[in-house]
Write a protein that binds this ligand. Structure first.
Ligand code: IPE
Ligand code: IPE
Ligand code: MG
Length: 260
């Protein structure tokens, strides 16, 4: 049962239940349900986006606290450019304001901000803000937060193919040098381990073009909570659920057990 209907438990000691030797290095989140959250309150969709920051902040904080190394947040997909222009403008404005507001806390907590996606397609003001935040937080060594902006898995794979083919044509590499490692090295996530855990809020059971290559063996966790309601305890609950799973990577249970 991978669709969590509601929070089953939360105690202040929840963090103590975690197996500290089995914390995911990389968590990815599809932050979904802002529009429905607002509509349930009789408000405009944009109201939901404006109320999403608490969830982002809580997720970043708890990931840093429990020792996650990378957190990738799907903030705006390639397909989201098809939304009404007013909503896109509001999302870009919220992005800029959120970065401004969050950078001081990131500095205090040794958190690095980075991004994946077609950053060049964002408005110049958003690009400039992102660049400034990346430079400021660039030397921080704790958690790295990747914002996926104008991102989609197919876009990323298409680019990787183009880059690789160009190198072959230019004679920099030969055909037989193309392998899975080389492909991974041409993705935006180069050097970052694949996410062990993907969380999607809002009850939708799909990937929506997120990290298609990297999610090959990721554990998927779906919750019906809408993103603005997502809090640190919900992220902890997802990690606890992850820790109860057996990751077999094609092997048998007996093989997994005999290793430990
Ligand atoms: C997620 O919430 C935020 C973005 C995709 C930018 P939505 O805006 O998709 O909210 P719903 O899914 O319509 O409720
Ligand atoms: C996925 O959410 C993209 C982000 C959360 C940024 P969408 O709301 O755009 O996905 P679909 O259209 O429901 O699949
Ligand atoms: Mg949505």
């Amino acid at each position: 049962m991978y669709l969590q209907k509601r929070t089953r438990f939360f105690t202040p000691g929840m963090k103590e239940l975690l197996d500290r030797n089995n914390i995911p290095q990389h968590i990815a989140i599809i932050m979904d349900g802002n529009g429905r959250w607002a509509q349930k309150k009789g408000a405009m969709r944009i109201f939901g986006h404006r109320n999403a920051l608490a969830a982002v902040r809580d997720s970043i904080e708890i990931c840093a606290e429990i020792g996650v190394k990378y957190l990738t947040l799907y903030a705006f997909s390639t397909e989201n450019w098809s939304r009404p222009q007013d909503e896109i403008n509001a999302l870009m404005e919220i992005l800029i304001n959120s970065i401004t507001d969050e950078v001081p806390t990131m500095m205090k907590n040794n958190i690095q901000l980075s991004s994946i996606g077609d950053i060049g397609s964002l408005p110049h003001s958003a690009q400039a803000k992102l660049k400034e935040a990346k430079t400021l937080t660039g030397k921080n060594t704790g958690l790295t937060v990747f914002l996926a902006l104008s991102y989609s898995g197919r876009w990323e794979i298409e680019n990787a193919i183009k880059e690789i083919v160009k190198k072959v044509v230019d004679g920099q590499i030969s055909m037989d040098m193309i392998n899975q490692q080389l492909i991974a090295d041409h993705l935006n996530t180069k050097g970052v381990p694949d996410p062990e855990l993907l969380i999607r809020t809002s009850g939708e059971l799909r990937i929506s073009n997120f990290l298609l290559w990297q999610l090959a063996y990721t554990e998927l966790y779906f919750t019906e909570l809408l993103w603005p309601d997502f809090r640190r305890e919900h992220l902890l609950e997802a990690v606890l659920d992850y820790q109860r799973r057996e990751r077999r990577f094609g092997k048998t249970t007996a093989q997994i057990k005999s290793k430990s």
